[in-house]
Design a protein around this ligand. Structure first.
Ligand code: SAM
Length: 362
């Protein structure tokens, strides 16, 4: 395996954290879930309950992606968001020992896990996979393909956004579900500005616009005003600080919301957390860049596939693919978005917002 990445941790077994009681509750106590390869039966048990075991990620729309992108023996595949390697392992199986897989991820921990899983998959298939992994932003895809001596790839794939491993880890501060976490949200720890840093300096107008454009938050004006007023007295440094402010801006208490709301309803803080994450990681710029570079990165007849998770991203993808089709760059493109069916959504509720689009290079 060709390793072209930063120095990363080895995949050591995590020691069981001490806890009182018979059931682990905190993320770091879930040592069986966090060691997926050692405890497959535990993973299976949790999956049957429709949950994603901590420290893993369930790939979405796998059959749809494989059916449309059609990886085949000897193909060169570039997976721009390798994550837990869920899609990548499926690609690897199809392209075989004569194929080549280039993978990107900005998160060193995810890249490390993916590397172990890909190597284990190669072993299980009985051949040495030809893989190069990069801890890079996929916006730099053209430069890396040139470095790899490739004039293009057969499949360019991205499953954009965060992985379950990132969202579920309380130390990363991605989720309102972990109310006592640092407000960090960086997928790439080389990024200088965390979400807490951003909330210290961003203007009210810019924040309000971001909440509207990146997550359709209807109370964007009130929330941005509350944040800007509050930060004069106290920094908004932890997830709890932000959650309380959002409730205040919406004029309800957490208790009232819990009483009034049906199970499964969107949490009042969900949209704000999403918009902040997209801002911190500059996710739309990376996606725009990828969409611009895709035609040069694809060989003739090569396929581009993108899974996105909210309407702002999907609009960018749709526009780029349709424009490419009408200008003759792409010979075909998805006539409509492809979404998870009822069975997949019930097995993996996180698939419910996934939207897949594709295009075929002329
Ligand atoms: C939704 S997950 C991908 C999951 C993967 N398809 C799987 O099946 O396991 C997205 C991954 O992309 C990474 N990522 C997000 N934006 C990125 C970017 N601009 N460049 C490189 N990696 C990125 C995240 O760190 C995360 O690990």
């Amino acid at each position: 395996m060709n390793e072209a990445h930063d120095n990363m941790d080895s995949g050591r077994h995590r020691r069981r954290a001490r806890y009182s009681g018979s059931h682990p509750r905190r993320f770091d106590q879930r040592y069986k879930e966090l060691n997926a390869e050692r405890y497959p039966e535990m993973q299976e048990h949790i999956r049957t309950k429709g949950r994603t075991p901590a420290g893993t990620h369930v790939p979405v729309l796998v059959q749809e992606v494989l059916g449309i992108l059609n990886p085949d023996r000897g193909h060169v595949v570039c997976d721009c968001t390798i994550g837990y390697a869920g899609h990548a392992i499926e690609f690897l199986k199809q392209i075989g020992p004569s194929g080549r897989l280039i993978g990107f991820d900005v998160d060193s921990a995810n890249l490390e896990r993916a590397r172990h899983r890909l190597m284990a998959a190669g072993k299980a298939f009985g051949w040495e996979p030809n893989i190069s992994l990069y801890r890079r932003n996929y916006a730099g895809v053209a430069e890396i393909l040139a470095r790899e001596g490739l004039d293009g790839v057969d499949i360019l794939f991205a499953d954009v956004g965060v992985s379950s491993m990132q969202v579920d880890d309380p130390a990363r501060g991605f989720s309102y579900k972990h109310p006592d976490s640092p407000l960090d949200m960086r997928m790439d720890d080389r990024i200088k500005r965390s979400a807490a840093d951003l909330l210290r300096t961003i203007s009210q107008a810019k924040l309000s616009r971001a909440l509207w454009e990146l997550s359709d938050e209807p109370d964007h004006e009130q929330i941005s005003q509350c944040i800007v007023e509050q930060r004069q007295f106290q920094p908004i440094a932890r997830t709890r600080d932000l959650i309380l402010l959002i409730f205040q801006a919406k004029g309800i208490t957490e208790k009232q919301w819990q009483k009034r709301t049906e199970r499964g309803a969107l949490h009042p803080a969900a949209r704000t957390f999403q918009a902040l994450r997209i801002l911190v990681n500059d996710e739309l710029s990376a996606l725009r860049h990828l969409l611009r570079m895709a035609p040069t990165a694809l060989r003739s007849d090569g396929r581009l596939g993108i899974i996105s998770f909210h309407s702002g991203e999907d609009r960018l993808v749709k526009k780029a693919l349709h424009e490419g089709y009408h200008s003759g760059i792409y010979a075909a493109t998805s006539p409509h978005i492809i979404q998870a069916g009822a069975k997949e959504v019930s097995d993996n509720p996180r698939s419910s917002s996934a939207r897949f689009r594709w295009a075929r290079r002329a």
